[in-house]
Design a protein around this ligand. Structure first.
Ligand SMILES: Nc1nc2c(ncn2[C@@H]2O[C@H](COP(=O)(O)OP(=O)(O)OP(=O)(O)O)[C@@H](O)[C@H]2O)c(=O)[nH]1
Ligand SMILES: [Mg+2]
Length: 345
């Protein structure tokens, strides 16, 4: 998602109804000519099957769903933290490949919902199972329960294909430890494939992506070839600020925090992005922690977020943050709606 005029892959050239890029096929025929072969006429060119579809990533909190989404899409779209219940919304990430477009949906971790925000997060997972072509259950191999009964229960009403992704294999001391886990997830007979990966190192993620593409239906792309998400930029900005709050504050504070972007404006001379955002907490004591001594904590959050935003957008970013108290916002329908946590339908 660059704003510095650097074209993203596939942005040049029109896409025909079959999803092939004009530019790309021209290049291919130039190559053939260089190699001394007679170029194929359009009618003789082998037809590549175009696939496109939606893939949900579900699983227990902290299993690595967001890390996997970022890895499979090839861009950091979802925030990650070592603590559970980091993701609150449905996050989409689009991977465009030659002949396929995969739309991944990252979801909040499956846990017993507490309060209205918890109920929203749960509903978000349930909705993410509707109308998808594939569900990937992401399970952390270092967790004690395999298969996790709650995750299996979630799949009970889902009729479509499901894969089990055994994540964090980099943390296993020996590969032999993987075999009983594979058997445990195979036993219910629910999963078409069981794929061990490390979302962190990328190990086996290409194989996972290839087998995901295999089950997608033949369909033209749903989004333009250079799209990486369907969410507005303001959503990512708010999420990146929230990620820094997860990284720098403790206990209840990150869970009691919501971020709203009030203004996002691009100016051209010099080219920069001006962002103004509010951080909401539930109590004065939390506000004190977020601001810190002499504003030190807010400054650290702002600097860390600005750094990431600059590499995300590819241009200079000015970021102004303020902290406000909105008492009990996690129980307040109006506040929840305002911060984007109520289903619209
Ligand atoms: N060692 C290792 N750590 C990983 C791997 N994948 C994710 N992690 C770490 O696990 C933690 C949780 O990762 P997330 O991607 O935020 O997990 P999540 O499933 O999205 O969590 P929620 O949004 O809270 O449900 C982070 O500290 C990640 O760096 C992996 O393959 N190996
Ligand atoms: Mg997450």
């Amino acid at each position: 998602m660059r704003r510095d005029g650097v074209p993203s892959a596939g942005s040049a050239g029109a896409t025909d109804p079959g999803g092939r890029q004009g530019g790309a096929s021209r290049e291919a025929s130039d190559d053939r000519r260089k190699g001394g072969e007679t170029p194929l006429r359009a009618s003789e060119a082998p037809l590549r099957v175009q696939r496109a579809g939606f893939v949900s990533l579900i699983g227990r909190p902290n299993s690595g769903k967001s890390t996997l989404l970022n890895r499979l899409v090839g861009e950091k779209l979802a925030i990650v933290s070592p603590r559970p219940q980091t993701t609150r919304n449905r996050i989409t990430g689009i991977r465009n490949l030659a002949g396929a477009q995969v739309i991944f949906i990252d979801t909040p971790g499956l846990h017993a919902p507490t309060g209205k925000l918890g109920a929203f997060m749960r509903q978000t997972v349930e909705r993410s199972l509707e109308d998808v072509d594939l569900v990937c259950v992401v399970a952390d191999v270092t967790e004690p329960r395999h298969p996790d009964p709650e995750t299996l229960a979630m799949l009970r009403d889902h009729r479509g294909a499901a894969y089990c992704v055994l994540n964090k294999i980099d943390r296993l001391r020996s590969k032999a430890r993987l075999l009983p886990l594979i058997e445990a997830w195979r036993a219910p007979g629910r999963f078409r494939e069981i794929v061990p990966v490390s979302a962190l190192t990328g190990a086996n993620c290409d194989r996972l992506l290839a087998s995901i593409v295999d089950v997608l239906p033949e369909h033209p792309p749903f989004f333009p070839a250079d799209a990486t998400s369907d969410q507005p930029e303001t959503f990512y900005v708010a999420e990146m600020i929230r990620e820094k709050i997860f990284a720098l504050t403790h206990e209840e504070v990150p869970y009691a925090t919501a971020v709203r972007v009030e203004e996002l404006a691009e100016r051209t001379t010099p080219q920069a992005l001006y962002i103004r955002a509010s951080i909401f907490v539930e109590r004065d004591s939390q506000k004190g922690i977020l601001i810190g001594q002499a504003g030190g904590m807010l400054k650290r959050i702002g600097t860390a977020a600005r750094h990431d935003l600059e590499s995300f957008f590819g241009i200079k970013v000015y970021l102004a943050l303020t902290v406000q108290v909105r008492r009990q916002w996690r129980k307040d329908d109006r506040a929840l709606r305002e911060f984007g946590f109520l289903m619209t339908s």
